[in-house]
Design a protein around this ligand. Structure first.
Ligand SMILES: [Ca+2]
Length: 174
């Protein structure tokens, strides 16, 4: 008689504990067996998949339970912390539009989503207005170099899963 002894399964999530912005989507995979359940199910996009993605709106302990070849189960968990500040765009307050690629643009850093950006001069003239995936304001007004001054801006985009308007100003230094 041959007896097959399968080792006890070990569930291993591909993600370590991490901190993300609200509304972030993360890819995650588990090895060690077939998925029995993901918890909480409401944030997991494929409840029966070993590789899936999750979208987190609040700090969550994500747990997966798998079943191995011997019918034994195992679990693994990862803590996904939501930091509400992390999804806020970083917009510079100083720009030096001289073509050296450093601080040449008024634009949100590391921002891939569409946004609406408007810029006004000190006298309230709208000098830049772009919706969509603009590269940002290059410090020009109708093709001419905007003088060194303080300019007001309005940034509107879906931030942390909801449309928000942020206002600030930027100093153009030439
Ligand atoms: Ca520059």
């Amino acid at each position: 008689m041959t007896v097959f002894v399968f080792p006890a399964p070990i569930a291993e999530l591909s993600l370590a504990d991490t901190t993300v912005g609200k509304g972030a989507t993360l890819n995650i995979a588990v090895t060690g067996g077939s998925v029995l359940s993901w918890s909480p199910p409401s944030i997991v996009h494929c409840l029966t998949c070993n590789e899936t993605s999750v979208t987190v709106m609040e700090t969550t302990l994500l747990t997966v339970e798998i079943i191995g070849l011997n019918g034994c189960t195992a679990t693994d968990s990862v803590l996904i912390t939501v930091d509400p500040d992390l999804c806020q765009p970083a917009i510079p307050n100083v720009m030096t539009p001289n073509g050296d690629q450093t601080n040449d643009l008024l634009a949100p850093a590391l921002w891939d989503e569409p946004y609406h950006l408007q810029v006004w001069s000190r006298w309230g003239d709208l000098v830049y207005d772009n919706k969509g995936n603009g590269t940002g304001w290059d410090g020009r007004i109708n093709g001419s170099e905007a003088p060194s001054d303080v300019y007001a801006w309005m940034f509107m985009a879906s931030i942390c899963g909801e449309v928000q308007v942020i206002r600030g100003d930027v100093t153009v230094v030439r």
